[in-house]
Ligand binder design. Structure first.
Ligand SMILES: Nc1nc2c(ncn2[C@@H]2O[C@H](COP(=O)(O)OP(=O)(O)OP(=O)(O)O)[C@@H](O)[C@H]2O)c(=O)[nH]1
Ligand SMILES: [Mg+2]
Length: 366
């Protein structure tokens, strides 16, 4: 099928799904349509890729990577320049930024990489603008900053729709469904009781994706859309913050009206007038779920000034591994002072989970 044909079929199926009321009697039919749709979109993606478009080459650096996403001219580059030492070109016309411009934000001892990318437009998934390449960068993000200007707050929806089409799942947890393909035996379903989908539909969807024999373990109840994502397998699950930019252009009253119309929480900023940037940095740090671990070189030494930045939930062993494999092999536990323990210098094992602001001294014998 050529791209136009695929596009046509996609639209036809989208229309049918929209027009079919969802209930027990149509659940199966809609499920099949959705599976077909997902497969067509995948085909479209591949078709567009074949045109020889290449992704941007960029390496992740620092403790976490943030990507600034938004339509052209919403102020992505201006924000990057304000938060980091980068000098991304800023201009009043669209598509000023044509490649990925990295910058490093130093905050609370964490090195947060910010990637400024070309503006995204509707139809990016179909390859419009530099859509494909831009979306490939979005997929490596640990956190997305979606920007819209006070002039066009509806852009939030447009961008998120594009991201959804590109297989990016925003603020959604990865589905806890595990598939083990088998040689025979059909589809075996186990785990949590399913309320949002019938086992018949699960089996039928599996078949749509060419899975005839498999053990499927559900650690959660799941709906059709999320299950199709599992079968497709190439979805990315990222948190995001909505950032409303250029608030200097409107009055307090106008801003209030705009915010009332946007349902989910947004952070309001003006990069030009330095408004809301402190709050933005705080929100970024908290949304990244990072913790700061302060190491003590010896039992009596003062904790080091620069923290070791880890993900929330990091254990003593994992923290040691971040420093070196040798250290991780040598240690037996740690003495900790801080929020993760009951009393100062408490001795803990390798599996102990650390908390933000813990002071840690690794011990080699217990
Ligand atoms: N009033 C006002 N203007 C801003 C603000 N931030 C950016 N601008 C202006 O908006 C225009 C576009 O800014 P850029 O930072 O280049 O926007 P961009 O999102 O990087 O645009 P592309 O690279 O084309 O996608 C420039 O004229 C900026 O000076 C702001 O906070 N307030
Ligand atoms: Mg730019």
């Amino acid at each position: 099928m050529n791209i136009e044909k695929i596009q046509e079929s996609i639209e036809k199926i989208e229309k049918e799904i929209k027009e079919t009321p969802y209930h027990k009697g149509t659940e199966h039919h809609i499920g099949k349509l959705k599976a077909k749709l997902a497969k067509l979109r995948l085909q479209l993606e591949k078709g567009v890729k074949k045109k020889g478009r290449e992704g941007f080459a960029i390496r992740k650096e620092g403790d976490a990577t943030l990507v600034l996403v938004g339509l052209p001219s919403v102020g992505k580059s201006t924000l990057l320049n304000k938060l980091t030492r980068a000098k991304s070109k800023v201009a009043p016309y669209p598509f000023t930024t044509l490649e990925v411009i990295p910058g490093m934000l130093d905050y609370k001892g964490a090195k947060i990489q910010l990637l400024d990318i070309p503006g995204l437009i509707g139809g990016a998934t179909k390859g419009k603008g530099k859509g494909k390449q831009v979306l490939s960068i979005v997929r490596i993000a640990d956190l997305l900053l979606v920007l819209a200007s006070v002039e066009e707050p509806a852009d939030f929806e447009l961008i998120e729709k594009e991201l959804l089409l590109a297989g990016v799942r925003i603020n959604e947890k990865r589905p806890q469904v595990f598939i083990e393909k088998k040689g025979r035996g059909g589809i075996q379903i186990s785990g949590k009781k399913l309320e949002s989908i019938s086992t018949e539909v699960v089996k039928s969807l599996a078949r749509e994706f060419g899975i005839l024999n498999a053990d499927i373990v559900f650690k959660e109840d799941i709906n059709q859309d999320r299950l199709i994502d599992v079968f497709l397998g190439n979805r990315v699950y990222v948190p995001r913050l909505k950032v409303l930019s250029k608030i200097d252009l409107v009055s307090k009253k106008e801003l209030k009206d705009i915010l009332n119309k946007i349902k989910s929480p947004v952070i309001t900023i003006s990069a030009k007038e330095n408004l809301g940037l402190k709050k933005l940095k705080e929100e970024i740090f908290s949304k990244l779920n990072l913790i700061r671990i302060y190491l003590r070189k010896s039992r009596k030494a003062k904790p080091e000034k620069r923290p070791l930045i880890c993900k929330k939930g990091t254990t003593v062993l994992e923290a040691a591994k971040k420093i070196s494999e040798e250290l991780a092999e040598e240690i037996k536990g740690a003495k900790i002072q801080g929020p993760s323990v009951k009393y100062p210098n408490q001795l803990v094992g390798l599996k102990h989970q650390l908390s933000d602001k813990d002071v840690v001294f690794f011990v080699k014998t217990v």
